[in-house]
Design a binder for this molecule. Structure first.
Ligand SMILES: Nc1ncnc2c1ncn2[C@@H]1O[C@H](COP(=O)(O)OP(=O)(O)OP(=O)(O)O)[C@@H](O)[C@H]1O
Ligand SMILES: [Mg+2]
Length: 159
């Protein structure tokens, strides 16, 4: 059950990158972001910018489409970037260690629909929608149940 929801319009890839960096600054171990949206919505673009801002040096941040998970050493914990599009069974989510990572690392999950009821209830969900008329515009709808996210969303909505 989603208790809270807020939407934000994003005008360009640069604006999406800015928002990703602001969210990154707020994250700590055990935080999970679920990134929903069709192919090309901007999930990886968001994730790359978020991850890069937490790394001390610029690093290649490949899409985890084939590996399912890529991990990075963040300042206080690992950052797990996952793309479950090609997940064949829910068992793999456990085998990858992703379920444990939800509670101990920073996790970003593309195609979280594949998690079914393994999706962590403390996650912040971002639904990225394309715009019918303007190519680079996106609407991001945030949904969360854990009140720990509310200050961040209040902060973002002042921008
Ligand atoms: N406002 C925007 N926010 C994010 N990306 C945008 C925006 N406008 C245009 N784009 C472009 O849309 C593309 C999004 O690609 P990206 O790989 O991030 O999608 P994805 O949602 O991860 O898709 P997939 O499901 O295939 O993994 C990028 O080329 C990006 O530059
Ligand atoms: Mg992607």
């Amino acid at each position: 059950m989603t208790a809270f929801s807020v939407s934000k319009d994003i005008q360009s890839p640069d604006d999406m990158a800015d928002m990703a960096r602001k969210i990154a600054a707020h994250l700590s171990a055990g935080d999970c972001l679920l990134l929903e949206g069709i192919i090309g919505a901007g999930k990886s673009h968001f994730a790359r910018n978020l991850i890069q801002s937490l790394l001390p040096q610029p690093e290649d941040i490949p899409s985890p489409t084939f590996t399912l998970v890529q991990t990075y050493d963040g300042p206080d914990c690992e950052i797990w970037h996952s793309d479950l599009y090609r997940l064949s069974s829910l068992d793999e989510v456990f085998e990858l260690g992703l379920v444990e990572a939800f509670d101990s690392e920073i996790t970003l999950v593309e195609w979280p629909e594949k998690l079914e009821d393994v999706a962590p209830p403390h996650a912040l969900r971002l639904k990225i929608d394309l715009n019918d008329t303007v190519e680079d515009v996106r609407t991001v709808t945030f949904e969360w149940s854990d009140p720990k996210w509310t200050p961040l969303l209040e902060n973002l909505s002042h921008d």
